[in-house]
Design a protein around this ligand. Structure first.
Ligand code: NAP
Length: 301
């Protein structure tokens, strides 16, 4: 009998695809969401703000995949939005901790999302899991989020954190946003265009979650990236090439982006070169490491 998996934040980009891939492999899957949803798997409800969660959600569960958190790029970073980005991750993890320490359960493993935002956007060094955390807002959020996730190890659980890079998917996230203006003939690189982007195909990322479930030796932080990085300009050009669209406009200056989206511009103006060596050493094999081939698969003309 396969291990029963509970996914938090499962209605999102990664959770939806991961659910499909887990079901395909025969894993029983259920979801823990802020609202009840009819769907292909059982769905349980939690209210993170109120600290409430359906006890039935953990019944028979062996592994929790923890993805829940307010979308980092969904809304302008007002003071209250920044708080929500942090608190949704801390409180949801704390709620899992409180439930797991107060009821009988069979959970042995938690695989949590984290982000390469942990490292910040400073410098040009290749970042490994041992590199120092950054000092900006996202680095600070990720550091606190990981520290909260680490408390689950006190409950004698195996805890894995995947520091996810830029997820390439046709269904959401960065790629459709970058492709939209290019399709309309008004695409161009952002800022200097020289910022380095560490990316991963959504299927490789979901396979990495499954690899973490199945590899008992894995513990702690692993970078969820292919380990081959491209500049913003190279990615923009590659998308245009795939869509057979011209790029003729000058780069969008950083100050314009800051005027439009405020501090959140840091997400697209910054970059980092993140290594995949540690996850490869666990035997994980990527299916998508070549950018043009990956984009060809993902982008419909
Ligand atoms: N996609 C990326 O490029 C990327 C990169 C780095 C890190 N990550 C991290 O990986 C995780 C999953 O990413 P994703 O792209 O699938 O994110 P997503 O599409 O935004 O989904 C996150 C899910 O979290 C739940 N959620 C939203 N706001 C919440 C709140 N205030 N309190 C509790 N739960 C809330 C929602 O699920 P319900 O409606 O079902 O509750 C939502 O569907 C996130 O934590 C994200 O930060 C993603």
């Amino acid at each position: 009998m396969s291990k029963k998996i509970l996914i938090t934040g499962a209605s999102g980009l990664i959770g939806s695809r991961l659910t499909d891939l887990l079901l395909k492999k025969g894993y029983p899957v259920s979801h823990l969401s802020r609202s009840a949803r009819g769907g292909k798997v059982p769905s349980f409800v939690w209210d993170v703000d109120k600290g409430e969660m359906d006890d039935q959600a953990l019944k028979g569960v062996e592994t929790i995949i923890h993805l829940a958190g307010a979308g980092v790029a969904d809304k302008r970073w007002s003071k209250s939005r920044k708080k929500e980005i942090l608190v949704s991750r801390i409180k949801s993890t704390d709620l899992l901790y409180k439930k797991l320490s107060s009821i009988n359960h069979f959970v042995t493993t938690v695989v949590s999302a984290s982000a390469i935002g942990y490292y910040g956007f400073e410098g040009d060094e290749v970042l490994t899991e041992d590199s120092r955390p950054g000092t900006d807002f996202l680095a600070d959020v990720t550091k606190q989020w990981e520290a909260e996730v680490d408390t689950l190890a006190d409950l004698k659980l195996r805890v894995v954190k995947l520091r996810i890079g830029i997820v390439l998917s046709e269904k959401g996230g960065a790629l459709p946003e970058m492709a939209k203006p290019i399709r309309l003939g008004v695409g161009s690189p952002l800022g200097t265009g020289k910022q380095q982007l560490s990316w991963i195909h959504i299927d490789d990322l979901c396979e990495m979650f499954i690899h973490a479930i199945e590899t008992n030796q894995m513990k702690g932080a692993y970078n969820g990236v292919t380990g081959s990085w491209v500049t913003n300009e190279e990615l923009t050009t590659a998308i245009a090439r795939t869509l057979k669209k011209p790029l003729w406009l000058p780069n969008v200056p950083a100050f314009v982006l800051k005027m439009i989206v405020g501090e959140m511009a840091a997400i697209v103006l910054g970059g980092s070169k993140v290594s995949a060596d540690k996850i490869k050493k666990t035997g994980f094999v990527f299916n998508y490491t070549e950018l043009d081939a990956t984009l060809k698969k993902l982008l419909k003309r």
